[in-house]
Design a protein around this ligand. Structure first.
Ligand SMILES: Cc1ncc(C[n+]2csc(CCOP(=O)(O)OP(=O)(O)O)c2C)c(N)n1
Length: 418
């Protein structure tokens, strides 16, 4: 995933960076196998539920944490850019639901296809898209993944097996079926994820019980099997997607219902505060937040020190600087750590990459790095030019339509469709 330089395939680059002083002395095998039970059982319909015991590793948990923190930060930044009128039109944010985009990637491969509706920024990032492409697209710039012509709802990355990004509710289902049939005919042992219901306890601008006749979505395929999954638990999502892929290859389609909680309302025009209380939202942040859940796992398994992982629920800085809590009884003051980090970054890079190959996990100040990456991408995206007016009719499905486009004054011809 081009969630920065980080992911299952990008772990090397993350771990090869200089160690923070606070953790460099602790040898942790990043490949060690861990088995962790999902927070709640899966509920199955017309199939056997998968095991709750999920196999993972310290490096995978770290990558989960970082990838989700990056998505959270990206979405919070998009919210600010929208409010500053740098993003126009529609904008549907995903914060709170990051475990789905990240866990799904851990359970499948890029040969498997994903197609989704309009809430697509994080799925795109999960499929290998970059922050620059995200912010450029959102701001209608040339460097966007759809050349600045699609906007928030129309992200696309075919080379990563991501087929959109669709504004029409449900449009991804028939298209996804087409992708799945193509895979079946070519017998390439891959699958398409097109019917993953992300339930966020609310319908569009209203409570779920008012929006759906039966909220047991995993059962609504009737004869089609279904699985209800805690979509706030990245390990549960990983297990479910792995299971769904195996199931689909052997038996056919399956519906996945991911039980999530999105902090933003439906879109930027829905603050999400009229049909739910502040207490409800803050309760979820405390009890179920997907990033916090992984943070707790990292701490309880002695994979990371708290100072390294201080990202709060809304993605704002909670970096404490001077107040560090190190689980291993080593107390550091903020400034010596900063100095030590700077020195280490100058002196150690080469030796560290040798040392941390297997024995050491290199834990950085993740929150700070994520914030920097997002800020840099936004700055770059702002420099990206707007698409040329001649682009207006490129990538349009109908050919030979013979249309001219005018400027706002309706007098000057700005582009002509060939
Ligand atoms: C076919 C169609 N009908 C209506 C709309 C307008 N619309 C956009 S999003 C939406 C509601 C989707 O609600 P839900 O499936 O709960 O998604 P969420 O709010 O979680 O994004 C509607 C009615 C549309 N885009 N497409």
């Amino acid at each position: 995933m081009a969630l920065s330089t980080f992911s299952r395939r990008g772990l090397g680059s993350t771990f090869a960076k200089p160690l923070s002083a606070a953790v460099s002395s602790r040898p942790i095998s990043s490949d060690a196998s861990l088995t962790i039970e999902t927070s709640v059982p899966f509920t199955a319909h017309n199939c056997e539920a998968p095991s709750r015991a999920v196999t993972t590793s310290p490096s995978e948990l770290l990558s989960f944490f970082r990838d989700m923190a990056l998505m959270r930060r990206m979405e919070i930044a998009a919210d600010s850019l929208y409010k500053a009128k740098l993003i126009r039109g529609f904008c549907h944010l995903y914060d709170g639901q990051e475990a789905v985009a990240v866990g799904m990637e851990a359970g499948i491969t890029r040969k498997d296809c994903i197609i989704t509706a309009y809430r697509d920024h994080c799925t795109f990032l999960g499929r290998g898209g970059t922050l620059l492409e995200v912010f450029s697209e959102l701001m209608g710039r040339k460097d966007g993944c759809s050349k600045g012509k699609g906007g928030s709802m129309h992200f696309y990355r075919k080379e990563g097996g991501f087929y959109g990004g669709h504004g029409i509710v449900g449009a991804q289902v028939p298209l996804g079926c087409g992708l799945a049939f193509a895979q079946k005919y070519s017998k390439d042992e891959s699958v398409t994820f097109a019917f993953l219901v992300l339930v966020n306890t609310d319908g569009m601008g209203t409570a779920e019980w008012r929006a759906a006749k039966s909220p047991a979505y995993y059962k609504r395929g009737d004869y089609v099997p279904g699985l209800k999954v805690d979509g706030m638990d990245v390990l549960a999502v990983k297990q479910a997607c792995k299971f769904a892929k195996e199931h689909a290859l052997k038996n056919g389609p399956i519906i996945l219902e991911m039980d999530t909680y999105r902090y933003h309302g439906h879109s930027m025009s829905d603050p999400g505060s009229t049909y739910r209380t502040r207490d409800e939202i803050s309760g979820v942040r405390q009890e179920r937040d997907p990033i916090e859940r992984v943070r707790k796992l990292l701490l309880s398994h002695d994979i990371a020190a708290e100072k390294e992982l201080k990202v709060n629920n809304i993605g704002e800085s909670a970096y404490t600087g001077m107040k560090l809590e190190c689980k291993w009884g080593v107390i550091w003051a903020g400034s010596p750590v900063v100095v030590a980090n700077v020195l280490l970054s100058l002196i150690v890079p080469m030796s560290i990459s040798a040392v941390c190959k297997d024995e050491f996990v290199d834990i950085m100040d993740i929150e700070k790095e994520v914030r920097k990456e997002v800020d840099e991408a936004i700055a770059k995206a702002k420099e990206s030019p707007m698409p040329d007016p001649s682009e207006l009719f490129s990538h349009v499905y109908v050919k030979g339509f013979g249309v001219e486009a005018f400027g706002v004054d309706r007098k000057v011809v700005r582009a002509t469709l060939p």
